[in-house]
Design a protein around this ligand. Structure first.
Ligand SMILES: [Fe+2]
Ligand SMILES: [Fe+2]
Length: 322
């Protein structure tokens, strides 16, 4: 299977235009108060004033999204295991994608980190500790033996983060925090290009090696997809990720309906219903085609459950409860 991934070099080469040329790319500084300006203190004060409009629940979600982005070294390592770049500076298309993608993603954590730090609304040390734990603990998508699973997982995740950042932007506008909305829209636009890349790669795998791709997809969806930050801990609050996920669900940033919608979208894009398989693969196909409906049916129940969850104190928020 590694040979099939390797054989995609030309296909990957055609997709490299999904990365922005560096001189056209935004940088975190473009969205932050200019601390070099003579009136930097006024600019910073205005920035902090608008950031006060964000409710604590949205702040928790924003911190969780940021922590997830900041664990980028974990994801870079896992993509490198698929798209190998033995020298670290190779010019093969896969190697160029891996580095270009990492460089673009790196701005997401940087920008959200700076935004939250300058806002003065969160306990940065506790957040940094969470990031330190998360990177140090490592990350696995848990599908050993299925070489394509990491690419399928990435297609799912890019779409999930795109939705999530996009929804934070929408809510920030409602709160009157246009600055944060702009930031999250920019990040979401990156995720969209990345999603297109991984989705096309998987579509191509479905053409070149349909059965193994289908079985890898089945492995990814066999149980609830573990989110990249699911092992996060601040060393204090047990099940931190679950509390973050509940806040995301309640605020409408990322809900079980979104989860179902992503699977439905991927199934349609990869033409799952129209492919013909036999034996074990046919069973897997049938299972996959039923998943969107299954999660749609569960959505109300999950929504009600998280709505009832008692609030907890977040060290991220200096102990304020959400
Ligand atoms: Fe990202
Ligand atoms: Fe991403």
């Amino acid at each position: 299977m590694i040979e099939v991934i390797e054989s995609l070099q030309d296909f990957v080469s055609d997709q490299l235009s999904l990365l922005l040329p560096i001189d056209e790319a935004w940088q975190p500084t473009d969205f932050l108060p200019d601390l070099n300006a003579d009136d930097w203190a006024d600019r910073l004060n205005r920035f902090r004033e608008t950031a006060r409009a964000l409710p604590d629940e949205l702040l928790v979600v924003l911190v969780g999204n940021m922590v997830t982005e900041e664990a980028l070294p974990n994801y870079a390592i896992s993509v490198e295991r698929i798209a190998r770049d033995p020298t670290g500076g190779g010019q093969a298309p896969w190697a160029r994608w891996l580095r270009g993608w990492t460089a673009e993603e790196n701005r997401h954590g940087d920008l959200l980190n700076a935004y939250l730090r300058l806002s003065g609304r969160v306990d940065m040390r506790s957040i940094e500790l969470t990031i330190h734990h998360l990177i140090s603990d490592g990350f696995t998508s848990g599908h050993e033996g299925h070489e394509y699973a990491g690419l399928i997982y990435s297609a799912f995740q890019e779409r999930a983060t795109r939705l999530s950042h996009g929804n934070v932007a929408r809510i920030a506008v409602k709160c009157g925090e246009e600055g944060l909305a702009k930031i999250c829209r920019k990040i979401a636009a990156d995720e969209t290009r990345h999603e297109v890349f991984y989705t096309r790669i998987v579509a191509e795998l479905f053409e070149r090696d349909p059965e193994a791709t289908l079985l890898a997809y089945h492995s990814v969806l066999r149980r609830l997809i573990a989110m990249p930050g699911s092992r996060m801990t601040d060393g204090q609050l047990p099940n931190l990720f679950d509390h973050f996920a509940a806040a995301a669900q309640r605020s409408g940033v990322y809900t079980s309906r979104d989860y179902a919608a992503i699977i439905r979208h991927l199934n349609t894009t990869w033409g799952l219903e129209n492919r013909s398989f036999s034996g074990k693969a046919a069973k897997a196909q049938d299972y996959l085609c039923r998943q969107p409906e299954r999660y749609e049916n569960l959505a109300d129940e999950i929504g009600a459950r998280t709505a009832d969850q008692p609030s907890v104190p977040f060290a991220w928020l200096n102990g304020r409860t959400v």
